[in-house]
Ligand binder design. Structure first.
Ligand SMILES: Cc1cc2nc3c(=O)[nH]c(=O)nc-3n(C[C@H](O)[C@H](O)[C@H](O)COP(=O)(O)OP(=O)(O)OC[C@H]3O[C@@H](n4cnc5c(N)ncnc54)[C@H](O)[C@@H]3O)c2cc1C
Length: 316
């Protein structure tokens, strides 16, 4: 197939195409399928609409791989402003889960500069978020960053337990990483993994990724009893969702101890179905101007969407 996963993942790293696409009105309009808008207010409005449907939100101020301390500080400031804007709303108690969570990427907070810069910025965000019961989820990026991300997370978690982790089941190493995070009592989002990785590091075969996902989902649920692990299943795959539900029932884990997370713009029907069945559902809502790599990773996950989005954007 011409429009393959690796084709879009290669494009997602192209700086030239990124510059071109972000200036192009048509592309901006197309990206809106997955992105709530450019401002925090637009993202908060989406979170409020979700709350009205009994669904929680996690807000992501888009951006990654900054190269100067000033950019890292600006990204951190944007999150602080977002927390303040969430707090100013004060209407989140209508949903069981409280105010929206935040998703951050450490390369947006300066991980390419040093661990120390990213750690200080993450701690600043976590400190502001904690009194408001806002969890700060650290998204997991490509394998170049996994060790450093885990090191920063462990350091910040020792002081702020409102930071949470992500495990990508496509990585061969991840049974070990998951075990360590569970033992430390982290809240963990389990995803399949969205980056292009070599076969030595990540399973090339989808069946192996799925098997790892199911195994790791059960391990997280089993860790609820001993370590109070709160499991978050980040997937649109009905088979993974069913496997997690079955494992929760078999392990006697109550529905308040785990949640399903899906992306804004994907499978809204499934989000509503799960919520109507009494399960906790949280939607990942990205916003901001740095949508290009995020958008391309979404196309990579489902190249068939390209035609769908092209048609919808032309019609709009
Ligand atoms: C909330 C959330 C947070 C994430 N955070 C990270 C992260 O921090 N790091 C990271 O590397 N990755 C992250 N991801 C992306 C993740 O790694 C996968 O790339 C992505 O979720 C696609 O995998 P999948 O489990 O949904 O199913 P896939 O294996 O892609 O697809 C399996 C089946 O799921 C259904 N499906 C999947 N996608 C769609 C769609 N777009 N529309 C309709 N049906 C669909 C279809 O039935 C499909 O056959 C995140 C994903 C989610 C949902």
């Amino acid at each position: 197939m011409g429009l393959s996963r690796s084709f879009f993942l290669a494009l997602s790293r192209s700086r030239n195409l990124r510059t071109l696409m972000t200036k192009w009105r048509f592309a901006r309009k197309a990206a809106r399928r997955f992105v709530a808008g450019e401002t925090a207010d637009e993202a908060i409005a989406v979170a409020q609409a979700l709350a009205g449907r009994g669904i929680m939100a996690i807000l992501d101020h888009l951006g990654e791989n900054v190269s100067t301390p000033a950019e890292a500080t600006a990204a951190t400031d944007a999150y602080i402003a977002l927390i303040d804007a969430i707090a100013a709303q004060g209407t989140w108690t209508s949903v069981d889960g409280g105010p929206p969570h935040l998703a951050v990427k450490l390369t947006q907070l300066g991980l390419d500069l040093s661990n120390a810069v990213a750690e200080a910025n993450l701690a600043r965000i976590a400190a502001r978020a904690r009194p408001l019961r806002i969890v700060v989820a650290v998204d997991m990026e490509s394998t170049a960053y996994v060790d450093r991300t885990l090191a920063v997370l462990q350091a910040v978690h020792a002081e702020f337990d409102n930071v949470s982790a992500v495990v990508q089941s496509y990585l061969r190493r991840n049974d070990d990483d998951l075990k360590a995070l569970c033992e430390a009592g982290f809240t963990i989002r389990l995803v399949k993994g969205a980056y292009q990785e070599p076969a030595e590091l990540a399973y090339p075969d989808k069946a192996d990724v799925d098997a790892a996902y199911v195994r790791q989902a059960r391990h997280m649920l089993q860790s609820w009893r001993g370590h109070a692990v709160y499991a978050q299943f980040g997937t649109q795959d009905p088979r993974m969702i069913e496997a997690a539900r079955q494992a929760a029932a078999q392990e006697n884990v109550p529905p308040q101890a785990f949640e399903f997370q899906m992306l804004h713009g994907v499978r809204r029907d499934l989000q509503e179905k799960l919520a109507s069945e009494g399960l906790r559902v949280r939607v990942y809502v990205p916003y901001g101007r740095e949508w290009y790599p995020y958008f391309m990773r979404r196309l990579a996950e489902r190249p068939a969407n390209v035609w769908f989005i092209l048609k919808a954007t032309l019609r709009a």
